[in-house]
Design a protein around this ligand. Structure first.
Ligand code: PEP
Ligand code: CO
Length: 460
């Protein structure tokens, strides 16, 4: 890897792509940095720092997503809505990983298919917002855009964007990724420990008990294989897993500064994470985000909300996957439980007709936000499940592969989403409501959902 200028891929009718060519296009949802010189100095420092991930890893994820694209694997992408600069510790990372491994075990066992595990982690710091301001305790303030931009403290001074936080975000991503690599390659993710991933507050719930039974079955299967003479000790896939990182590539100065030329292929990769996605609010075809991600060779995803037309989807697919590489592009739909059954099939048909391979994933979170009468932002488990059901139904109708799910969860016992088999009621929301942005599934609700998704996959 070097930091030399990458070789651009010329796009017909456009000036040549370069890591900075996005600057000629409008970039929505950007912080109003008060000191551009300070921002430029931070960019220069980031440019000198080592990449967080390697191009070869991003290619390996692209290949794994290629398997999803072909219907031979399933994608589980999940994590926080936004990571906090305050909450970075080994226990918090470990608990998130446990739930991800549990969900993945349930899905793998349920569908008998490999599960590609991608965290919204180690860099998921920046948020697009519906409005430029928000009202906190009766005071109107600039909307909170993530700790990588400013503090969430409810004062006007605290909300002034500070580019120094981009560097802090880089180092927090590095330490999170370091621990994630240690946990996933150093024994913690060993399938022989499948029982250990069940936490106390989860284990006592119906989903937790169901998980215990499944873990018993996995153990029995392992013992059987050992008994017939299969050498499990030397089978690396039992002892290590790949957990890939992803975040919304919102702050393009940061993404540009972490873009490196791969020494093997000479191609540019955004080395801030394995997979980057473009949010529903920044997916304009002539916008800066699409321009930037058209040129880097990582696997990329785009969120498609209710305003996305079939023509938009096809145009995005042509722009972002002109070489038609399976696994290069994922569409994450977030249409809402009430609309998905009508809105998704036309998108699926149009993209299939274009012949451009894409992975389809379902984000059942962002189309189902609601506010309680007292104003708390929440989501109901039933609406989340209903959107997932609609996703499977739409794919069955069209004959396409329901490739995966994209969720917001935490390993903790929070009360942010309503419902679930151990029901969170409206009057309980304030018990442990800790999210900095959107409401997340707690560990029990996430496992509940994994079992229900596994059933839908089995029913196919
Ligand atoms: C998110 O994933 O947290 C998000 C803001 O999503 P969307 O772009 O789909 O609204
Ligand atoms: Co969110």
């Amino acid at each position: 890897m070097t930091s030399a200028a990458p070789r651009p891929e010329p796009t017909p009718g456009r000036p040549e792509w370069s890591p900075s060519s996005w600057r000629a296009y409008p970039a929505l949802q950007q912080p109003d940095w008060p000191d551009r010189a300070a921002l430029a100095a931070v960019e220069e420092r980031l440019r000198q720092l080592p990449p967080l991930v390697f191009a070869g890893e991003a290619r390996a994820l692209r290949a794994a997503l290629g398997e999803v694209c072909e219907g031979r694997a399933f994608l589980l992408q999940a994590g926080d809505c936004v990571e906090s600069f305050r909450e970075v510790s080994a226990p918090l990372i470990r608990e998130k990983l446990k739930v991800l491994l549990q969900m993945s075990a349930v899905l793998t066992f349920g569908a008998m298919l490999p599960v590609v595990k991608v965290g919204r982690i180690a860099g998921q710091f920046a948020k697009p917002r519906s409005g430029p301001t928000e009202v906190v305790n009766g005071v109107e303030l600039p909307s909170f855009r993530g700790h990588v931009v400013h503090s969430d403290e409810p004062t006007p001074e605290a909300r002034i964007p500070d580019p120094e936080r981009l560097v802090q975000g880089y180092y927090q991503a590095a330490s999170t990724l370091n621990l994630l690599r240690a946990f996933t390659k150093g024994g913690f993710a060993d399938l022989n420990l499948v029982h250990l991933w069940n936490r106390e507050f989860v284990a006592s719930s119906p989903a937790g008990q169901r998980y215990e039974a499944l873990a018993d079955e996995i153990e029995r299967a392992l013992r059987f294989m050992k008994a017939v003479g299969i050498d499990l000790e030397h089978e690396p896939t039992l002892h290590e897993v790949d957990v890939w990182t992803s975040h919304e590539g919102l702050l393009l100065e940061y993404e540009e500064a972490l873009t490196r030329t791969d020494s093997l292929t000479g191609e540019p990769y955004d080395c801030s994470a394995h997979l980057l996605w473009i949010g529903d609010r920044t997916r304009q075809l002539d916008g800066a985000h699409v321009e930037f991600f058209a040129g880097v060779q990582n696997p990329v995803a785009v969120k498609l909300g209710p305003s996305a037309s079939p023509e938009d989807a096809v145009a995005l697919a042509e722009r972002l996957n002109p070489r038609r590489i399976p696994g290069r592009l994922t569409f994450i739909t977030r249409l809402g439980a009430d609309t998905i059954r009508e809105a998704l099939p036309p998108l699926l048909r149009a993209v299939r007709e274009s012949g451009i391979p894409v992975v389809w994933a379902c984000d059942p979170m962002h189309g189902n936000l609601l506010r309680t009468p007292s104003g708390t932002k929440t989501r109901h488990f039933d609406a989340i499940l209903e959107e997932v059901r609609g996703f499977f139904a739409a794919h069955r109708e069209v004959g396409t592969w329901p490739g995966g799910v994209h969720l917001e969860f935490t390993g903790e016992d929070v009360t942010e989403c309503l419902g679930g088999s151990t029901e969170v009621r409206e009057d309980q929301l304030d018990h442990r409501y800790e999210t900095l942005c959107d409401p997340r599934l707690n560990g029990r609700q996430a496992l509940d959902l994994a079992f229900l998704v596994a059933e839908l996959m089995r029913a196919r």
